[in-house]
Write a protein that binds this ligand. Structure first.
Ligand code: NIG
Ligand code: FE
Length: 412
């Protein structure tokens, strides 16, 4: 089936050669074609160019995009959208003065979500999670990474990962699964860290690899959660089973998590709200993608990742939503892009690169996603008529999406 999109006011993120990420000064460049056409065949982008060169064909479907922009779907490389219930009471507790850490220390936080997940059936978790998945698809996300990490027992971690697998089978959005058994220590292992690490390394990882339920492994490396040496032990066990690291680091403290991620060739290190010089240095010349999560900074009122400084010293940045019930109950990548511009002083070009091609890199899928390139997936956003792509971050809070195409099919 051929679909031809014509009269596109501006086609964004056009990459003739298949680059896999952009770094430093390259991030300021967003290649575009004005007055463009785009041709899709089945699930793939097969041609694009200026309207003068539009092929004279008779496709099954023609979409007139006069006045509209077309860009690749958002690539959200860090979410926890499979969960049960919500944590709105903790939200109000924080308004009334408690901190995220104080709430966690009195048994709330991640352990609160783990309790709810334990009490909820797999089908019910699926039904709750698919609503969130459908919502982010309608907001322009075409590829998403989803983590486990609210199970914290063998059975409940597997339950979460099976839900992720089922979502992947039933929806046209691309989904990559990450095992995050090392999200928090369950109460029964509070004074026996090694016992829980053994459970992760000797049981969970083995079962997950056997059922092929995850591609990546994550650890919350943070004061009060997993230490640097505990993180390293877990990453090493995962790597033995082919699970590639993608880790939570430097959300509240800089304790060496970035360095351990780079050492073990993590695909990404995520959060990075608190960064010192050594952290920045260790990322230079590495293959590891730094990922910023501005919705989490916004929601918890914690510092934003110093993206400006990072880009100015030549690093890459990807942007992701961190959609989860505790620190970012929103998966809206349009808001993420706007907040990166407004609060982190990223330019619109940098933010769009960070939320497309670099987000794809942070999921290991930038050969197939994240840009308008022949042979890549036909996952697209068509905007409403807008004056320029600056509108995307400028008119934050407005929904500027007119149409969503995933795998070559119109879904909205
Ligand atoms: O990325 N920081 C660790 N994990 C999540 C939040 C988990 C939660 O509060 O439920 C995050 O922010
Ligand atoms: Fe997270």
């Amino acid at each position: 089936m051929q679909t031809l999109i014509i009269n596109i006011k501006e086609l964004l993120q056009v990459r003739e050669s298949p680059i896999i990420k952009v770094s430093g000064a390259e991030m300021a460049v967003l290649p575009t074609i004005k007055n463009a056409f785009l041709l899709l065949e089945d699930t793939i982008i097969v041609d694009f160019g200026v309207m003068e060169n539009c092929p004279k064909i008779n496709p099954e479907l023609t979409i007139d995009a006069t006045g509209k922009m077309v860009l690749p779907s958002w690539c959200d490389s860090h979410t926890h959208i499979v969960y049960a219930g919500n944590r709105e009471q903790e939200f109000v507790d924080r308004i009334n003065g408690l901190s995220y850490e104080e709430i966690a220390n009195r048994g709330g936080g991640i352990l609160n979500s783990a309790k709810k997940l334990h009490e909820t059936s797999e089908d019910e978790i699926y039904n709750e999670s698919k609503v969130r998945l459908e919502e982010i698809m309608s907001l322009g996300t075409g590829a998403v990474e989803i983590k486990s990490g609210y199970g914290l027992t063998v059975e409940d971690e597997l339950k979460m990962l099976r839900v992720i697998k089922r979502l992947n089978q039933n929806y046209p959005i691309t989904i990559k699964a990450t095992f995050l058994g090392a999200h928090a220590f369950p109460n029964e292992f509070k004074d026996n860290h090694q016992g829980y690490i053994d459970l992760i390394c000797k049981e969970m990882i083995h079962k997950i690899a056997e059922e092929n339920l995850a591609k990546y492994i994550d650890v919350f490396c943070e004061t009060g959660y997993f230490s640097v040496s505990e993180t390293e032990a877990i990453l090493k066990s995962g790597l033995e089973y082919g699970l590639i690291p993608k880790i939570h680091v430097n959300q509240f403290h800089s304790i060496g998590g970035v360095q351990v991620g780079v050492k073990h060739k993590a695909l990404s290190v995520d959060h990075l709200e608190i960064m010192n010089k050594e952290d920045l240095e260790s990322l230079k010349n590495s293959e590891t993608m730094p990922v910023a999560l501005p919705s989490c900074s916004y929601f918890l009122s914690i510092p934003y990742t110093p993206a400006r400084e990072m880009i100015d010293c030549g690093l890459s940045i990807a942007l992701a939503s961190d959609f989860n019930p505790g620190s970012s109950p929103s998966g809206n990548m349009n808001f993420v892009v706007a907040t990166a511009c407004i609060k982190m002083k990223m330019t619109p070009e940098e933010a769009i690169n960070a939320a497309t091609i670099n987000g794809a890199y942070a999921m290991g899928i930038s050969k197939t996603h994240g840009s308008i390139t022949k042979g890549k997936k036909a996952n697209l956003i068509i905007t409403k008529p807008i004056s320029s792509y600056y509108q995307l971050p400028y008119a934050f809070g407005s929904n500027l999406i007119d149409c969503i195409i995933l795998e070559g099919k119109i879904i909205l």
